[in-house]
Design a protein around this ligand. Structure first.
Ligand SMILES: *[C@@H]1O[C@H](CO)[C@@H](O)[C@H](O)[C@H]1NC(C)=O
Length: 571
């Protein structure tokens, strides 16, 4: 019953209640020619026509769609669009011509119902009002960002899945010896599981949860947040198949990217790639150890058994990283074209620091300090963790070198430094995913401020960057949030109409909103000159990714927590 109600509420059924009659245009003995004319009143990205005859018929020929179901009494025919004619706009007309064979000489009447399979009316539960003094409702932002990660889930979805247009997918993901590698998050608008950015996203999110649990709790999102990061953690645990053997990717770029469709419908080969002693990847291994160690700290009050499991894997994986240095993308060619690692020293530093925080074993602090590269940080990202590491090392040691480097980093990033700003005020590091670099540094600025450094300055700057993304430039860069949000994020699943309507590259190039709102996803962002166009084809500015939301979400939690604690400077 629940399922039935859910389905009804999923369709934007403007024309659902209207029935259309088949008009008979010619009649011979036992065969008539008919026409069904349906005016289109809203954009469709796929459609279904349920045609019911008053008497059983023996045959129907039509050319507009495909008959996907026939009732056992031969009265009801379900027709779904073909790939080329699913997209229609208000003012268009769907004209279905048919030839129908029937018993007797008087044609049966035909009545049709039209369903738009391309308008999804799913809306998340309303978030509680935010009374902490923040400019935007950060409860809603946290709720929706977590929902974005839920939409990225691969594998067998649990019963409490909240994203109604998502289902089970990639259930055959497995290692080279048949190991179960189902689960995890799809990386971006595609369906590859890239563990390097996935693990980084988990570390960044876990850090935010660790420092700002009160914000998640106040937003009513704490349980969702634990579930959110447990999903990729469970997958990353599966990927650690032996002490010195770690799967790092499932899916192959060429095969994956030539497919535009729903993850639930994928049939391409999805090879799995691993690192081991003779194919090292200390960057990947140290990042995964960081994710597990930070998550150990998050989970040890929630479920000590699970936390201990994470930490014992973290110790093995970090030992593997120490003993077998090398860049994972040199060992795994399939990753090099997408997430090529620049070096492995920053992950050894960052991973070592997280291992020290989780274990208090001085060995890990020694490793972290040994791999630290002095100087201002480039930024913070899936590939670059020096900034994060200097903040962690300052937190632990209070040494001047880390403080000096943190200050030098933010001197570069704040107005007047070497990082340019867009006209709207976004600190602009790179073209590809500009919002994400600013949001990551907003998280870093808040974390540095938690160590007593330039408290007001860093917090105000972090808030300015997050507020830019939430709408300060007059538009929101978060899908399904705020004023004029992006409607065409470059995302396969969200761009597809409801099954069984076909999906394909025609859907990618269509200039109209995605049928499904990918709530909470931060899109790439503007160019240096501030230009941004909400087009699905523009993957540089309008793609989404797990790592784009990670620093962002943690910064949002931080800002909310600081308001709640009365520790946000008032301008
Ligand atoms: C705690 O974690 C363990 C190990 O993953 C799991 O088997 C158990 O069900 C969890 N307990 C609770 C209460 O969630």
């Amino acid at each position: 019953m629940l399922h039935f109600i859910l389905l009804i509420s999923l369709y934007g059924c403007v024309s659902c209640d209207t029935t259309y009659q088949v008009k008979v245009e010619g009649n011979w003995d036992g065969r008539f020619q008919g026409r069904l004319s349906i005016p289109i009143t809203e954009t469709t990205n796929g459609w279904e026509v349920i045609l019911t005859f008053s008497e059983p018929i023996s045959k129907m020929d039509e050319w507009m769609g495909d008959v996907i179901a026939t009732s056992t009494d031969n009265k009801v025919y379900t027709i779904v669009n073909k790939p080329h004619n699913g997209i229609m706009h208000a003012g268009d007309k769907l004209d279905i011509q048919m030839f129908v064979n029937y018993p007797g000489s008087v044609p049966p009447t035909g009545t049709a119902v039209f369903k738009n399979l391309g308008t999804d009316t799913f809306t998340p539960a309303p978030a509680p009002t935010d009374n902490d003094g923040t400019k935007y409702n950060l409860n809603e932002v946290l709720e929706k960002s977590i929902l974005f990660y839920e939409a990225q889930r691969s594998g067998k979805l649990p019963d409490d899945n909240r994203v109604p247009w998502r289902g089970d997918s990639a259930l055959n993901d497995q290692g080279q010896n048949g190991e179960d590698l189902t689960g995890g998050w799809y990386d971006a608008g595609d369906h590859i599981k890239f563990n390097f950015p996935m693990a980084y996203s988990v570390t960044a999110l876990a850090w935010g949860l660790l420092e700002f649990k009160d914000a998640y709790n106040d937003a009513g999102e704490l349980d969702h947040m634990y579930d959110s990061i447990k999903w990729p953690l469970d997958y990353l645990l599966k990927c650690h198949v032996a002490p010195n053997e770690l799967y790092v990717q499932v899916g192959e770029g060429g095969k994956d990217h030539s497919y535009w469709g729903r993850p639930e419908d994928m049939t391409m080969d999805r090879p799995a790639y691993k690192i081991d002693e003779s194919h090292p990847g200390s960057d990947m291994a140290a990042e995964q150890a960081a994710a597990f160690a930070a998550s150990y700290l998050v989970f040890h009050t929630k479920n000590a058994t699970y936390a201990d499991e994470l930490l014992s894997h973290a110790k093995q994986i970090f030992a593997f990283a120490e003993a077998h240095p090398g860049k994972y993308s040199d060992s795994v060619n399939a990753a090099a074209g997408f997430y090529r690692s620049n070096d492995e020293t920053d992950e050894m530093c960052w991973g070592g620091a997280w291992m020290y925080l989780a274990t208090k074993d001085p060995h890990y602090l020694e490793v972290a300090e040994k791999f630290y590269v002095p100087g201002a940080g480039w930024g913070q990202s899936w590939d670059e963790k020096n900034t994060g590491c200097m903040i962690l090392l300052y937190k632990v040691t209070h040494k001047d070198i880390y403080k000096t480097d943190i200050e030098a980093t933010f001197q570069d990033w704040m107005p007047g430094g070497s990082i340019p700003y867009t006209p709207g005020g976004l600190a602009y590091r790179l073209q590809w995913g500009s919002n994400r670099y600013a949001a990551n540094m907003a998280q870093m600025a808040i974390m540095a401020s938690m160590q007593g450094l330039h408290v007001d300055e860093y917090r105000n700057w972090a808030e300015s960057q997050i507020n830019f993304i939430l709408g300060d430039s007059g538009r929101s860069y978060v899908v399904g949030f705020g004023t004029n949000p992006p409607t065409q994020p470059h995302h396969r699943g969200a761009s597809c109409p409801m099954s069984p309507a076909p999906c394909g590259s025609f859907q990618m190039s269509e200039n109209s909103p995605n049928p499904h709102i990918l709530y909470g996803a931060v899109v790439g962002g503007p160019s240096e000159n501030g230009q941004y166009t909400d087009r699905r084809t523009d993957y540089v500015h309008n793609e989404v990714a797990c790592d784009y939301n990670a620093g962002f979400q943690s910064a949002v939690a931080g800002i909310k927590a600081l308001y709640m604690r009365g520790e946000m400077p008032t301008a």
